[in-house]
Write a protein that binds this ligand. Structure first.
Ligand code: HCB
Length: 226
């Protein structure tokens, strides 16, 4: 049952069909499929294929936009279920999330936010094209534990560093952990700009956020002991 459905999901994204993608997401849930299976094995592979085709000039921008719309349709359905699964857990930490200035890619960052929420984190999503100062202001307002910064363009990933600089300028860096991600981002880049961690996908982002919270708790208890 699952494999043909995953193929149909993937194809609905490649073909840029929001109504089909939404309906497949609904069908998957009604058949008892885990929302994460649908995302990771059905819809995300579709988005990956779209990226490959666009890179090879086998697909053009309007088609890519239709694919993004289809992805959003499916995610809107699956997110509700993922959020529902997260509501019964204790609060794991406060995360401010956004895509860097100059960058309008949102899908991956939204997926990170959804999975963090589903795993008990309280997430505030600033959206896309967000300047560093806005990350810092929201982190201060919410007493955030983690700031998550997404970038999908090689030209905008350098703005992840700008976010770290804005946190430093606001005097927030010691208490706030920064995690970065996005297709062009690497662990090495994260180290280079002084981020606290890099996650290659939304599942790894949850694991990383948990590790960062453990690190925060350990340094707080060490400070108390001193
Ligand atoms: Co866009 N685009 N795009 N795009 N786009 C990419 C990113 C290219 C790689 C496509 C290509 O050439 N192969 C390319 C960038 C090349 C480069 O910089 N070297 C590109 C380009 C060039 C552009 C435009 C400049 C095109 C143009 O106008 N000529 C333009 C950008 C305008 C701008 O931002 N100023 C543009 C526009 C678009 C849209 C609007 C059509 C659409 C975005 C819709 C939206 O998000 N609202 C779009 C899309 C959909 C893509 C691709 C096809 C898919 C991105 C995506 O959603 N992936 C992408 C190709 C690709 O990435 N392979 C292509 C699926 C998600 C699930 O993966 O990597 O985003 P993800 O996120 C993961 C992971 O990285 C990690 O977890 C997520 C979930 O698993 N993660 C984090 C992400 N953020 C994190 C933060 C953390 O703290 C931790 C983990």
């Amino acid at each position: 049952m699952q494999q043909p459905m995953f193929s149909a999901m993937r194809q609905s994204i490649i073909d840029g069909l929001p109504a089909t993608a939404t309906s497949l997401a609904q069908q998957a849930l009604s058949l008892g499929m885990a929302p994460l299976d649908a995302i990771n094995n059905g819809f995300v592979p579709g988005m990956e294929a779209v990226g490959d085709q666009f890179a090879k000039a086998q697909m053009f921008l309007p088609d890519m936009m239709a694919s993004a719309e289809a992805m959003r349709g499916a995610m809107a359905v699956l997110e509700v279920e993922l959020q529902r699964q997260g509501t019964e857990r204790p609060m794991a930490g406060i995360v401010v999330l956004g895509t860097t200035k100059g960058d309008i890619h949102e899908i991956g960052k939204q997926l990170v936010g959804t999975l963090l929420s589903a795993n008990g984190f309280r997430v505030y999503d600033l959206g896309a094209d967000v300047p560093g100062e806005k990350f810092a202001a929201k982190a201060l307002e919410l007493s955030a534990d983690i700031v998550g910064v997404s970038a999908l363009l090689t030209t905008t990933m350098r703005n992840q560093k700008t976010v770290i600089e804005a946190l430093e300028k606001a005097g927030l860096r010691p208490q706030i952990k920064v995690m970065v991600g996005g297709a062009p981002v690497t662990r090495r880049w994260a180290e280079e700009i002084g981020a606290d961690g890099y996650a290659k996908d939304a599942m790894s982002a949850v694991a990383l956020a948990r590790r960062l919270m453990e690190g925060k708790a350990q340094s707080a208890s060490a400070a108390v002991l001193l």
